[in-house]
Design a protein around this ligand. Structure first.
Ligand code: ZN
Length: 157
């Protein structure tokens, strides 16, 4: 494989991947239309967006390094990058909301989360990701919680 690809292509790919990866490591931005892991599940939840962004930036930086040092590992990293960049946010979303459903309001990026009750299986639209912590199931009143998270201490007024 190495001999078919001219060295300047490798330098170019290294510069592109490494540059973009480093840029993404230091410059964090919220959901947008142009750059990042743009899936409904990342657009609906800023936390999941940020985690996917971090994973993508680390992968891209690594791919830039591999393109220079060891070309074959670049393709291994590329394949993992494509799969993981999609699976990772889906996994995070599933763990947090117990469903992969989402809902969409007006516009292009206005995706919002849907949570599924762990008690009765009821699906409930949430206005945003932050609402999950305080939300309760409309059917059985059980609070929605991320799997494995400690129940929040509720202070009674
Ligand atoms: Zn319920």
């Amino acid at each position: 494989m190495e001999k078919y690809i001219p060295l300047y292509i490798r330098y170019l790919i290294a510069a592109l991947c490494g540059g973009l990866g480093l840029l993404m490591l230091f410059w964090r931005t919220g959901p947008n239309l142009w750059i990042g892991v743009r899936l409904p599940w990342t657009l609906a939840d800023r936390q999941i967006w940020d985690k996917s962004w971090r994973l993508a930036s680390i992968f891209l930086t690594g791919m830039g390094v591999w393109a220079l040092l060891y070309w074959r590992l670049f393709f291994v990293a590329l394949a993992h990058f494509v799969v993981l960049a999609i699976l990772y946010p889906i996994f995070l979303y599933w763990r947090k909301y117990n469903t992969l459903r989402f809902w969409k309001d007006v516009g292009w990026v206005d995706y919002r989360p849907v949570a599924r009750c762990r008690g009765c299986g009821h699906w409930q639209k949430l206005p945003n990701a932050e609402a999950l912590a305080a939300a309760r199931c409309e059917e059985c009143q059980m609070p929605f919680q991320e799997k494995g998270s400690q129940p929040l201490a509720r202070v009674q007024p």
